[in-house]
Write a protein that binds this ligand. Structure first.
Ligand SMILES: Nc1ncnc2c1ncn2[C@@H]1O[C@H](COP(=O)(O)OP(=O)(O)OP(=O)(O)O)[C@@H](O)[C@H]1O
Length: 328
């Protein structure tokens, strides 16, 4: 596969009241052709700074970026026509209809006017195309923004939070739209906080935390390599569950949850050890199942942004989570 987008060692610092802030601290990203690539990170981790830098809106301090093989920002004029982007919520004139807005944009950008009805159809605004934009819902304005980015039939589409403000039906339609665009050969880079959506829509993902890449790869690879060794344990009916938990805890097991009829072991890198330890005390396991992580678990773990009981986590505050194995 060829990379449509490559970023390596990107650095951007801002000077502020409290001195220098590293918004990007040697960030790397690769997006392969024809993929829908998710760009994930907590608030303030550097996503918008990355996208703005890529589009030549911010000057980086260091690093290398290429779009479609061309080094940017130096060759941005050569590739600008092949990139559609919505990085900041675009402002549309409320008294114009979507059709007029897109026709004006097509005209200004030298785009064939036939693209206007085509993109209106694609984003699902056909039936409201003649209504004034000020009568649109947030989600409809979002669709219009996507339509404007699609006008010039870009090879790379960059969308910052495209599902913002969309209802579940709208999110599902956006998902179908992304899949259709990717199937037509377009590469889509999508930043989002809706992790379930990223998991459903994206082929691959980059996770950023504090200006650095903390994970990258296909969604399944990222999930597999960061799935914690958690197993769910069910015992024969009538067995003293807290007693069994105490035996395992004494041997070093971490038990994140104890329910009425089962418990979980969070550091079960060797699950056989659980059955062995309990069987030695004549306690028999009736079910032992791995608990698979979803993207939200991986995200919270890698970015250190899981909620902490009784604390209000502050922006920029990350908690490093370390979890050792047990029973090796
Ligand atoms: N113009 C600026 N001046 C100073 N600091 C800035 C500026 N723009 C961004 N930053 C800082 O850089 C860091 C990264 O910000 P950025 O907007 O890229 O994050 P983000 O991942 O897009 O966050 P969010 O998900 O909240 O939109 C933050 O700490 C932010 O405060």
């Amino acid at each position: 596969m060829t990379a449509v987008l490559e970023i390596s060692g990107l650095r951007k610092t801002y000077r502020g009241r409290k001195g220098v802030r590293k918004a990007l601290d040697g960030f790397d990203m690769v997006v392969e052709a024809g993929q829908v690539h998710g760009f994930l990170g907590p608030n303030g981790s550097g996503k918008t700074t990355t996208l703005r830098t890529l589009l030549g809106l911010i000057k980086p301090n260091d690093g290398r970026m290429t779009i479609l093989g061309q080094e940017v920002p130096r060759h941005l004029p050569q590739v600008a026509g092949l990139v559609g982007a919505i990085v900041e919520s675009p402002q549309f004139f409320g008294n114009f209809s979507a059709e007029t807005t897109l026709s004006l944009l097509a005209d200004a950008g030298g785009v064939n006017p036939h693209r206007v009805p085509a993109v209106l159809e694609l984003v699902g605004l056909r039936d409201r195309a003649k209504d004034r934009v000020k009568t649109y819902s947030l989600g409809m304005k979002q669709r219009l923004a996507v339509a404007s980015a699609l006008l010039k039939e870009p090879k790379l589409l960059i969308l910052d939070e495209p599902a913002n403000g969309l209802d579940p039906g709208g999110i599902r339609e956006m998902r179908t739209l992304m899949a259709d665009l990717a199937a037509s050969g377009m590469t889509v880079l999508l930043s989002s906080h809706i992790l379930g959506e990223i998991q459903l829509i994206c082929d691959s993902v980059t996770i950023i935390s504090a200006g650095r890449r903390v994970a990258a790869g296909s969604v399944s690879e990222v999930l597999a390599s960061h799935t914690s060794a958690t197993v769910k344990v069910r015992l024969e009916p009538g067995v003293d569950l807290p007693g069994a938990v105490a035996i395992l805890r004494a041997a070093g097991a971490v038990i994140p949850s104890l329910e009425k009829d089962h418990f979980t072991v969070g550091n079960a890198t060797n699950p056989a050890q659980i059955t062995k330890l309990l069987a030695e005390k004549q306690i028999y396991v009736s079910e032992l199942t791995p608990v698979s992580a979803d993207l939200e678990d991986v995200f919270l773990k890698l970015t250190g942004t899981a909620p902490v009981d009784g604390a209000n986590r502050q922006v920029d505050q990350v908690a490093a989570e370390t979890q050792g194995g047990w029973g090796q």
